[in-house]
Design a protein around this ligand. Structure first.
Ligand SMILES: [Zn+2]
Ligand SMILES: [Zn+2]
Length: 179
C-alpha cells in the first residue's frame, strides 16, 4: 500500500545566475522530513542548480491543505491547488494559476492535472494563452531542453500571455500596452 502523502511547498531560487520566482511545488513523501529532502533534490535537478540555492517554505501535506481549503473538495486535487480566497460574502476560492511545477511522481501529476483541468473547465481558473505560439496553461509547449514552458508575462484578466519560448513577443502591443 502506498503510504505517501502529497506535500506542497512554496519554492524559489536564490541562485544569482538562475533566478526562479516563487512557485508551488509538489512531491509525494511519507513524512515532512522526506518531503523537504525530495523537494530540494528534485528541484535542484529540475532547475539545474545546487540545492543550496533553493529555498522553500510552508511544506504542508494533503490533509493540512484539505483542512484549510475553503473551496470544493472535488476533484480530489482541488484543495491542493487552492491558494487563497477572494473575500466577502460572495467570495470564492482562488487557485494557483501560474505554472504549477510538478516535481512529482506520475500518479501525483495525474491527481493535480485532473484537478487543474477540471477547474479550468468549470471556469474557476481562467486559462491563459500565449500570443506567440498559442500554448496554454494546460498545454505547455517545450523549450529547447524539452522542459515545459512557463509564463514570462501573463495578464489573467484578458487571458493573454507570453511564454518562455516566445520571448520576442514581450514587446507585442497587446502585452506591452498594459505596463
Ligand atoms: Zn509561446
Ligand atoms: Zn509555451
Amino acid at each position: 500500500m502506498n503510504q505517501n502523502l502529497i506535500w506542497r511547498a512554496v519554492a524559489f531560487s536564490v541562485d544569482p545566475a538562475e533566478k526562479h520566482d516563487e512557485v508551488f511545488v509538489y512531491v509525494d513523501a511519507p513524512d515532512r522530513e522526506s518531503a523537504k529532502l525530495r523537494i530540494a533534490e528534485r528541484l535542484s535537478d529540475e532547475w539545474g542548480i545546487a540545492p543550496d540555492y533553493i529555498e522553500f517554505y510552508n511544506p504542508s501535506n494533503e490533509t493540512e491543505l484539505r483542512d484549510i481549503a475553503l473551496g470544493p473538495q472535488h476533484p480530489s486535487g482541488s484543495p491542493l491547488l487552492e491558494c487563497g480566497w477572494t473575500g466577502g460574502p460572495e467570495g470564492s476560492a482562488v487557485y494557483d494559476v501560474d505554472p504549477v511545477i510538478l516535481v512529482a511522481s506520475p500518479s501525483l501529476r495525474c491527481v493535480l492535472e485532473t484537478a487543474y483541468n477540471t477547474l479550468i473547465h468549470s471556469d474557476l481558473i481562467k486559462e491563459a494563452r500565449c500570443i506567440g505560439c498559442g500554448c496554454t496553461d494546460s498545454h505547455a509547449c517545450l523549450d529547447k531542453f524539452r522542459a515545459p514552458c512557463h509564463w514570462l508575462q501573463v495578464d489573467r484578466e484578458t487571458g493573454i500571455g507570453v511564454c518562455s519560448c516566445c520571448e520576442s513577443y514581450l514587446n507585442h502591443p497587446s502585452i506591452s500596452d498594459r505596463n
